[in-house]
Write a protein that binds this ligand. Structure first.
Ligand code: PMP
Length: 773
């Protein structure tokens, strides 16, 4: 009986009778089963699969048992739905023939094949996902899955051989040589490859995406007990189709898998041949079916790209393919099994100072990161919405490669000539206005700000410093002294006599928010403070501020505010320092540097966090005049600052920002995200303000929109809720009520949607608990 001879009406009736579900049926394509998508009036959807009459019952049962085993362990998979009598298989009859049916929840998404080219992040995520899938399947087995079938990659040579005759001559030669290679290189190693139950068909139609992110995997029909590396090889074979650099795409999948399930040397040896073998098997079976079942277009779905890939790859030496595919595996040390979190916590308490803090009530043990994702020791992915240090993405391959290469070549200090530091200074200078052209390289934002103070003191000959309330500029003694966030916070001892606070120019909460010209009011306030300092016989050395405040609570100033304050400072003979440690390098989207959004040119700018994408690299730039005033005869030497490795990293970060168009990306995603957050704010009065620029956003929570009573407890609860849903957020601001959003820049529209979704669920959840939303 042909699969298509069951009508949608019959399928809908079956689902009503056996599963008690009222739904409309639409046929879906399939190789063996008759497949239908079922949709209920309330939007719920399922897939009904009716097996052919000769289907192996034990195998179907094993597949359903595997899916039941995976439920709750791996997200994005179809869940088996039991019949009314509690069975995972339904015995039905059509036109007198007995058939077995099964119902699964529908996994929505667009096939990977429709979303070319795939980003490296996505490909790595696919690899990581399959590794987690296999880890979850490792303790599952069923005798019925210890069998073989046409698509069993472990016997590719036997499948190719009888089908060679169906291939056109040039492809026949290619397939024959892949087959021989398989027999020589793979077959002898087969007994040595780790084996388990695997999905065995993560092709580009079975992997589903939602808005560019991996959403799930379907079709467990080819599942069997086989070599684990076949899982990777099959996914890699399809991931490379129609990619400009197919081997790079395949290597990303392998890399993503390897970080979770390290591939053994034997697995790495067979991987390239297995990838080619899968392509050859696919081409051979398609060629055969073009003869025997020419009217089923589903069977030919990936033939053209498969054949193209096979022809292209075959021209490359096998050793070169091997080197490209496994480069990551050789560069990455496999992770040892992690110790339990409780043990780590106890050791940490014993070994580290108690003034260090940990995120979350139950701290996370993060062991891997890539792109905008972090992974905990159990392999669970988290969407990182707060790490503004790994700016171009965690473990960016290009940055990692630059670091490794320079570290393997040379690392010294600035007392030798080296080009890296000069290239970095030149590249950065090109992004800044004149006369900011003279560089000092250091190791942290704190070191940069400390040096900035010394430059200002040397140049002006004055001592006093103006700062904004709520500001934070670093952890050194000199910087705690100019950080109200610290000296006015717990354990703080207030401002030293040479430090003077200006009100935080917050458009939402600030002192002058109701003034017709708030910028001018903040400027006037600065003038009054300066006059009082001068009345005591002191002079102003510097004003230091971020153009958008981080610890202040992602505070956006009224337009022109910094221009007004800078003017007052310049009139008093002081210099202005822009702290770009958090907000620089394109994060604000509309400009490369935060200060540019306020229309000012500082005399000193400091850089840190994102500059080295996690590697300790920071800098100060100033004018030739100020640098000259600092050259008093005392050498400035910084052992690590500006070393060739750090500078190679800095250059790679700039390369990636440019090559991936990240500033433009930030502008688009940030604007969309802010818009969506404002939409939720319309529905939840707990959200008092949504603000920020680019991917530097803040959501301020208040219990009362009139009194602005801060909702700190609610903010903390939301952060915990989001963490449990796999989304990492943080809280900032002097009142601890601002949710901060400053993810790695590759953060996509889909990530933004996920964040908003989780945030809204969290707000709904708060409403249900004693906290209001
Ligand atoms: N300035 C600002 C605005 C910061 O946010 C920080 C760190 N949070 C620093 C300076 C200090 O940088 P680091 O921790 O690298 O010393």
């Amino acid at each position: 009986m042909s699969a298509l001879s069951i009508s949608p009406t019959e399928a809908a009736r079956l689902v009503a009778d056996c599963y008690g579900l009222q739904a409309e049926a639409h046929p879906l394509p399939g190789e063996h089963d008759a497949n239908f998508r079922l949709t209920a009036a309330d939007g719920r959807a399922w897939v009904l699969k009716i097996a052919p009459p000769d289907a192996d019952r034990a195998r179907l049962e094993a597949q359903m048992a595997a899916l039941a085993h995976l439920e709750g362990r791996v997200e994005g998979l179809p869940r088996p739905v039991p019949t009314r009598s509690g069975d995972l298989l339904a015995k039905v009859s059509f036109q007198g023939q007995r058939r077995l049916a099964r119902l699964l929840t529908f996994v929505p998404g667009e096939p990977l094949a429709h979303a070319r080219p795939a980003t490296p992040w996505l490909l790595r995520h696919i690899g990581a996902f399959l590794a987690r899938l296999d880890a979850a399947l490792a303790d599952f087995d069923a005798p019925a899955l210890r069998h073989t079938h046409l698509w069993d990659l472990a016997r590719a040579h036997e499948v190719i051989r009888p089908r060679l005759e169906f291939l056109p001559p040039d492809l026949r030669d290619i397939a024959a040589s892949v087959m021989e290679d398989f027999a020589q290189r793979v077959v002898p190693l087969l007994p040595h490859l780790p084996a388990q139950v695997i999905h065995q068909d993560a092709n580009d139609y079975n992997l589903l995406l939602h808005e560019g992110n991996l959403a799930g995997l379907v079709d467990f029909g080819d599942m069997l007990h086989g070599p684990r590396v076949a899982e990777v090889a099959i996914a890699a074979a399809y991931a490379l189709l129609d990619e400009d650099d197919p081997l790079a795409a395949a290597a990303e999948v392998a890399a993503g898998y390897h970080v979770w399930q390290p591939l053994t040397p034997a697995e790495q040896t067979v991987l390239p041949t297995l990838v080619l073998a899968r392509l050859a098997v696919s081409a051979a079976i398609a060629a055969e079916r073009a003869r025997t079942a020419p009217d089923n277009p589903y069977l030919q779905i990936s033939t053209a790209p498969v054949v193209r890939a096979l022809r292209a790859l075959h021209t490359l030496p096998r050793e070169a393919i091997h080197a490209r595919l496994t480069a990551f595996c050789t560069a990455t040390a496999p992770l040892p099994p992690p110790p339990p979190a409780a043990a780590l916590l106890a050791r940490r308490r014993r070994l580290l100072g108690p003034s260090l803090s940990l995120h979350y009530r139950r701290p996370l043990h993060i062991v891997r990161g890539f792109g905008q994702y972090l992974y905990d020791a159990q392999g669970r992915p988290y969407l990182d919405c707060v790490n503004n240090v790994c700016h171009v993405g965690h473990s960016h391959p290009r940055v990692v490669a630059a670091l490794a290469q320079q570290a393997a070549t040379l690392n010294t200090n600035t007392r030798y000539l080296h080009e890296n530091i000069l290239r970095l200074a030149e590249r950065l200078s090109a992004t800044l206005p004149e006369p900011l052209r003279v560089w000092f390289f250091v190791n942290s934002g704190s070191e940069a700000n400390d040096l900035a103070l010394r430059l200002a003191w040397a140049y002006t000959g004055q001592r006093d410093v103006l700062v904004l309330e709520g500001a934070y500029h670093g952890n050194l003694s000199s910087l705690i002294a100019i950080s109200p966030y610290k000296f006015d916070g717990p354990g703080g001892q207030g401002a030293p006599e040479w430090v003077h606070k200006l009100p935080m120019p917050c458009a939402y909460r600030g002192t002058y928010r109701h003034e017709p010209d708030p910028a001018r009011a903040y400027g006037e306030h600065a003038r009054r403070v300066i006059a009082a300092v001068q009345a005591q016989g002191h002079g102003i050395a510097a004003f230091i501020a971020e153009a958008l405040m981080g610890t202040g609570g992602q505070v956006v100033f009224p337009p022109e505010t910094l221009r007004e304050i800078y003017q007052a400072v310049h009139e008093a003979g002081g210099v202005c320092i822009a702290d770009e440690v958090q907000i620089g390098f394109g994060r604000v989207g509309e400009a490369f540097w935060g200060f540019q959004t306020q229309g000012v040119v500082p005399e000193i700018v400091t850089f840190g966090k994102p500059m080295g994408n996690g590697h300790p690299l920071a800098a100060v730039v100033t004018t030739p005049e100020i640098a000259q005033a600092f050259a008093t005869g005392m050498e400035y030497f910084n052992t690590f600052g500006g070393n060739p490795v750090s500078c190679a990293v800095g250059l790679a970060v700039l390369d990636v920002l440019e090559a991936e168009g990240l500033q433009e990306h930030v502008r688009e995603v940030g604007a969309a995200l802010k818009g969506w957050l404002r939409e939720i704010a319309d529905r939840y009065p707990l959200i008092g303000d949504v603000r920020g620029l680019g991917l530097f956003l803040g959501v301020e929570l208040v219990r009362d929109r009139e009194t602005l009573e801060p909702a700190a407890e609610e903010a903390a609860a939301l952060v915990e809720y989001a963490k449990d849903r796999g989304v990492l957020l943080g809280v900032d601001g002097p009142l601890h009520n601002v949710l901060k959003i400053k993810p790695p820049l590759p953060f996509t529209h889909a990530d933004a949607e996920r964040l908003v979704e989780v945030m809204e669920e969290g707000l709904r959840h708060l409403r249900k608990t004693s906290l209001k939303a």
